[in-house]
Design a protein around this ligand. Structure first.
Ligand SMILES: [Zn+2]
Length: 402
C-alpha cells in the first residue's frame, strides 16, 4: 500500500525535475528581436509557451528584451517536455498536501522496495517538503523577506522552489527581477534585489511573488529615513536650462539602459568608495528637493563629494562600461553595469578614460572629477540604480548583496 501511495507523486516529481532548465543546443531555430517585438508576441509567432522561451534564453525578466538580441526558439520536443512537467507540477501540487505528513517517514527502505535506487535525492527532497513552512503553497518551498526596510535602502528576497522556473513578483508596483542562484537538495534557489526610494511612503506594503499561477504574499514595513529637505529657488533664466525635451530624452535613454538585467552579479563583496579618502561629502543621497516653494518633488539620487577638478574617479566594483560620453544635463558621464540590474553612475566628469564595453575591475580609473553639465562646482556625483531605482550608494559599501 505504501508503495502505491508514494509512487505517483514520485514519478510526477521525477518528471518535473527531469525536464529541468532548457539549454540552447546547436542547430536550433534562432530569431533576432525586431522593433516592436515582445516576448509574448515572439512566443505566439513560434507557438511556444512564453515562460519556456524565457527560460531557454535565460531571460529572468520577460519585459526586458532588446532589439537585435538573438533568441533560441525551443523545438517541439522541448515544448512537449515543458508541458508534461507543467501538468505533472499541477497534479503534484494537488496531491502533495495530503501525503506530506507521512512523507517524513519515507526512508531508504521505500527506495529499495520500489527499486528506484537513483531516486534517493528525490526522497530527501520530499522529506524536506514535510518539514517546510506549511503556510507556503507549492511549488514554493521557502520565502525569505525582510520585515522592514528604511526608505532608500536595498534589501533582498530569497525563494527556494520545487521547480526551476524563475519566480516573478512586485513590490509597491515595481517589478522584482529574480535571478537563479543554483540548486541544492532543498530546491532551486532564486533571489531578487528589493530597492526602495527615498520618497517611498512609509507604512505596510504588500510584496507579491508568483511561480506560474501560484502566488504568495508578504507585508513589509517601509520606515522613514532621516533625510533633509532643500528648498531650491530657480531664477527664471535657469528655468530655460531645463529644456524639457532634452531633459526628457536624456532621462528616457538612461531609464531604458538601467532597465536591462544583463546577467548575474559581477561583484562578490561590498562596493568600495569611488574616490580617495579625505574629500568631504557635500550632499548625501536622499535630500528632498522642493523648487520655488512648491512641494517636495524629487530627491538627490546620488552621493556627492567635493573634490578638485582632475581628482581620479575609481570603479567601486567590477562591471562592464554601459555608457561613457558627455550628456546634456549630467555632463561627462560613465555608467557601469555590475550585473543583476545594478548600475553605478558618475556625472559631471571632466575626463572619461573608458569606453562602452570595457570590462572594469574594482579600483580601476574611470576618469576625472569635473563640473560639466548642470553643476555649480567641481564634485563627484555617484549614484547606484537597482532595477532603475536610485538607492543609497553608501549602504552598498557597508553590506554585501545579495
Ligand atoms: Zn549629486
Amino acid at each position: 500500500m505504501i508503495a502505491r501511495r508514494f509512487l505517483i507523486p514520485i514519478v510526477l516529481l521525477a518528471l518535473i525535475l527531469w525536464a529541468g532548465p532548457v539549454r540552447a543546443q546547436d542547430g536550433q531555430t534562432q530569431y533576432t528581436v525586431q522593433p516592436g517585438d515582445t516576448l509574448s508576441l515572439i512566443a505566439g509567432r513560434f507557438d511556444v509557451p512564453v515562460d519556456l522561451l524565457a527560460q531557454a534564453n535565460e531571460i529572468t525578466n520577460p519585459n526586458l528584451i532588446q532589439v537585435g538580441q538573438v533568441l533560441v526558439i525551443p523545438d517541439a520536443a522541448q515544448v512537449q517536455a515543458h508541458q508534461d512537467a507543467a501538468s505533472a507540477q499541477a497534479a503534484l501540487a494537488g496531491m502533495l498536501p495530503g501525503i506530506l505528513n507521512s512523507a517524513a517517514q519515507v526512508n531508504g527502505a521505500l527506495v529499495d522496495m520500489l527499486g528506484f535506487g537513483s531516486m534517493r535525492p528525490l526522497l530527501a527532497q520530499m522529506t524536506f517538503l514535510a518539514s517546510r513552512n506549511a503556510a507556503l503553497p507549492l511549488p514554493f518551498l521557502t520565502l525569505i523577506v525582510p520585515d522592514a526596510i528604511v526608505q532608500g535602502e536595498t534589501d533582498v528576497v530569497w525563494v527556494t522552489a520545487l521547480t526551476p522556473f524563475a519566480p516573478t513578483g512586485a513590490f509597491q508596483g515595481r517589478e522584482l527581477v529574480f535571478i537563479g542562484d543554483g540548486r541544492s537538495d532543498a530546491g532551486y534557489r532564486f533571489f531578487a534585489l528589493l530597492p526602495t526610494g527615498a520618497l517611498d511612503k512609509p507604512g505596510l506594503k504588500k510584496l507579491m511573488v508568483h511561480i506560474g499561477p501560484v502566488t504568495t504574499e508578504r507585508n513589509i514595513q517601509i520606515k522613514a529615513g532621516i533625510y533633509e529637505t532643500q528648498h531650491i529657488v530657480l531664477p527664471p533664466s535657469k528655468g530655460g536650462l531645463l529644456a524639457p525635451d532634452k531633459l526628457k530624452a536624456e532621462r528616457e535613454r538612461l531609464y531604458a539602459l538601467w532597465g536591462v538585467v544583463s546577467g548575474p552579479p559581477r561583484w562578490t563583496e561590498p562596493f568600495q568608495f569611488p574616490i580617495a579618502e579625505g574629500f568631504p561629502r557635500t550632499s548625501p543621497y536622499g535630500t528632498r528637493r522642493s523648487y520655488n516653494g512648491g512641494p517636495v518633488s524629487s530627491f538627490h539620487a546620488g552621493s556627492d563629494w567635493g573634490a578638485p577638478e582632475g581628482t581620479p574617479i575609481l570603479a567601486p566594483a567590477p562591471g562592464v562600461v554601459a555608457l561613457a560620453e558627455p550628456l546634456f544635463v549630467r555632463g561627462g558621464a560613465v555608467i557601469i553595469d555590475h550585473g543583476a540590474g545594478v548600475y553605478s553612475n558618475f556625472w559631471h566628469m571632466s575626463q572619461i578614460d573608458v569606453k562602452p564595453g570595457d570590462v572594469v575591475k574594482t579600483g580601476q580609473q574611470l576618469g576625472l572629477v569635473g563640473t560639466t553639465g548642470l553643476s555649480t562646482g567641481a564634485h563627484l556625483h555617484w549614484e547606484i540604480r537597482v532595477n532603475t531605482l536610485a538607492v543609497d550608494p553608501l549602504q552598498w559599501t557597508e553590506q554585501d548583496f545579495p
